[in-house]
Ligand binder design. Sequence first.
Ligand code: ARG
Length: 465
Amino acid sequence: MITSQFSKKSEAWSARFSEPVSDLVKRYTASVFFDKRLAQVDIQGSLAHAEMLHFQHIITKEDYDAIVGGMTQISSEIAAGTFTWLLDLEDVHLNIEKRLTELAGDAGKRLHTGRSRNDQVATDIRLYLRGAIDDILILLAQFRSALLDLAEQQADTIMPGFTHMQVAQPITFGHHMLAYVEMFGRDAERLADCRKRVNRLPLGAAALAGTTFPIDRERVAATLGFDEVCFNSLDAVSDRDFAIEFCATAALIMTHISRMSEELVIWMSPRIGFIDIADRFCTGSSIMPQKKNPDVPELARGKTGRVNGHLIALLTLMKGQPLAYNKDNQEDKEPLFDTVDTVTDTLRIFADMAGGITVKPEAMRVAALQGYATATDLADYLVKKGLPFRDAHEAVAHAVKTCVDKACDLSDLPLDELRVFSPLIDADIFAVLTLEGSVAARDHVGGTAPKQVRLAIARLRAKLG
Ligand code: ARG
């Protein structure tokens, strides 16, 4: 067995250097305290690489077996929390490799044949992110399912729909919830699409140009469940567009969460009183004993800022980098990890919180009866009787003005007064002006009629599977 006479050096490249780095530089350049999160995927990637090296007769069966044995032990040490992480060893990759060499001897040192930390770390991030995406897709499905349950319970509950935060037209609360189900459904589509580009194998690119060893990249890709290999070695080690794409998708998820949070907070204000949120998602005030604050939606709205920030951080990280790998890329991890953690926790909590929302239909109804929410129904009624829409709009505007002056609703005006605005108005108008009549009349795909809400729920449930 041939062993290097220089193998006593503690750092992978130290023979080239004549002075050590300062403690500050060591700490500045190290990533182990955050990239150790990649340990299990790092081991998974190394085992697939080693298996291929053995299959291609680049390392012996004995070496391969020693690597598997060592990695199995390292994996349990890490899981048990007994593994010693050393800042001196810079990152997760060198920490694991060093321990492997302690356990497996020269076999450990042969593992890095035909590989670089550049393609290794790119592989690790992709494996990690693929797992995170799969988790988030499950959470998005659970959240949508909880929203569908809520929508079904409230398919007939009428509330005011708003534009410009002004009462616009009556809608059903179920319909309102379904708007969010659509948004989170598109987020899931985007995530599934992003996964396709995440799920490609960088290993084999080595440092940047490929390797002189007769490797089989397709074999490694198949072992690790990647759909295909990254086809250009420079691109494979240098770009992090897949992580940026994920963060963009995450930013949209959080943006949707934030919009919903804003509504929940407004709806829970005693001035509005449309909903209550279960106590377990709220907190009190240290000074005002009467307070019950919707902390969870407020915090989610706030956390959207940090996720949006991570997207900008990664875009900025990438924009100035020449090909191929640069150490800048080490900075991809913390924003990415924090994005995954934030989105994962938020969705988990929101899926639970959806079941903890108590709807107050009476308050919604009272609000819907204010603000002339059925004015458009009156205009549509006149159009159906032959009046051009613009003229109908004008006639109803006059009617609303009169009602504002009299402080009453359109439906409070007697028929003869209504007919002043248009002789086309008959007694059948009063059914049209009810909240129930208004929502039931919007009876087409995508409309707010309870019947359509139920059809939409069935369609969305079938999609969720
Ligand atoms: N810790 C490094 C990172 O996260 C691993 C790759 C280091 N490669 C190198 N050539 N220094 O990017």
